[in-house]
Design a protein around this ligand. Structure first.
Ligand SMILES: *Cc1c(COP(=O)(O)O)cnc(C)c1O
Length: 393
């Protein structure tokens, strides 16, 4: 089981924050350093190189002290201008948030919204761009954490790039866990955050920026200072950051990147694929319904229709899981509140952790009377994980 500084029996399986390995916690318990000195320059250079590796890009990877939402706000500030049209593609609550930020900055938001559980359709994005030639940028979620959906980002990016527009991707809950080949897809801005797949505490936003994104930033008319890509890059080029950085998290990051390199990026991705397939098979063995359309299943978060029609009973299910079985899962957001629960399986998670999670959910379903007796959910998980490992994605 995962070694954390909390009770080793406790399973924190919300889709962020995720467990932080002991190695990383210990790396953070160290002396503070001057953020304008050579030790910091070395630290940030190492972290930025690791980010470029995991984001699969030669673009610069900027590091801001912020949560993921700060990263989304940065994307809007630098790529959108007040009064100008911009396309926002949304398949759930985080996509909606991206669009709301666009509105807050005065962009003329053209929203492509899909039913929750569905993925976006690339042809619709193409149509919206053809109908609106003055749109400069498309903002889209890669992995929608509220619904357990991964959008067909390669198809969407192809349509956007063929039309010469910019694309900004919310990869907060995917980068480092699900392959997102930034350069191959020519993604201009990709955002992630430390508390998702990176095995780190909350507090850092990571943002890759293409040359075109930097050029666009110089002429965008949105107000910006803290998140100004060009201003920040000028500092990072000198081994510093604009403001005081979250030094401790960066010290932990040095270690978490080392762990990811030891495992190998392809192996990290495959582990997420195997576990996700296993969890979905177990959920189906338990006769629960998955929310997502099978074409868009996410490999970092599984959204499950809750066992009851009654939101209060479902709340009791998740609190029993937490209090009695020491498994913390997330509830639904917005329109799905009380209707689904979400299992986060990203970052620091092993196949044995997945067995623990599934076994506890099964026991709890028996306890609340949804099933009469165990149905072999762990066996279903094991079989699917073995099959997945034998035929890698
Ligand atoms: C978690 C998450 C965010 C926002 O993250 P915060 O760190 O809470 O601001 C944005 N988008 C996606 C897809 C996420 O999973």
């Amino acid at each position: 089981m995962t070694e954390t500084l909390t009770d080793d029996y406790y399973q924190l399986r919300v889709p962020g924050p995720t467990p932080v390995p002991r190695r990383v916690v210990e790396a953070m318990a160290t002396a503070m350093i001057n953020h304008r000195g050579p030790a910091f320059a070395e630290l940030i250079a190492e972290c930025k190189a690791g980010l470029q590796w995991a984001f699969q890009t030669k673009n610069d990877a900027l590091v801001f002290p912020a949560s993921g939402t700060g990263g989304l706000e940065a994307a809007v500030q630098n790529l959108a201008s007040p009064g100008e049209p911009a396309v926002f593609v949304t398949v759930g609550s985080f996509g909606d948030r991206f669009a709301t930020i666009g509105e807050a900055y005065g962009a003329r938001v053209i929203k492509l919204a899909y039913e929750w559980g569905q993925g976006a359709v690339a042809a619709d994005v193409a149509k919206a761009l053809d109908a609106n030639p003055d749109v400069r940028a498309v903002f889209v979620t890669h992995n929608e954490t509220s619904t357990g959906v991964t959008n067909p980002i390669a198809e969407i990016a192809r349509e956007v790039k063929q039309r010469g527009r910019l694309i900004a991707v919310d990869g907060v809950s995917s980068v480092g866990s699900i392959s997102l080949p930034t350069d191959e897809l020519e993604l201009d801005v990709v955002v992630s955050a430390s508390q998702k797949g990176w095995m780190l505490p909350p507090g850092l936003a990571f943002i890759t920026v293409s040359e075109a994104a930097l050029e666009r930033s110089k002429e965008s008319r949105s107000p910006k200072f803290y998140f100004d890509f060009v201003r920040e890059k000028n500092y990072e080029d000198k081994g510093q950051t604009l403001t005081t950085p979250a030094v401790s998290i960066l010290q932990g990051m040095r270690e978490s990147l080392k762990m990811m390199r030891e495992e190998g990026l392809e192996n990290v991705f495959q582990r997420h694929v195997d576990i996700a397939r296993g969890v979905r098979a177990a959920v189906q063995a338990l006769e629960l319904q998955l929310l997502a359309d099978p074409r868009y299943y996410s490999n970092t978060v599984t959204a499950v229709r809750a066992p009851h029609d009654d939101p209060d009973l479902n709340k009791r299910f998740t609190s029993t899981l937490r209090d009695k079985y020491k498994l913390e899962v997330a509830g639904g957001q917005g329109q799905l509140q009380g209707r689904i629960f979400r299992i986060g399986h990203l970052g620091d998670i092993t196949r044995e952790d997945a067995r623990q999670i599934v076994a506890r959910i099964e026991k709890c379903l028996v306890e609340v009377g949804y099933i009469d007796a165990p149905v072999g959910a762990v066996e279903a998980l094991d079989a699917a994980m073995a099959e997945s490992a034998a035929a890698p994605a």
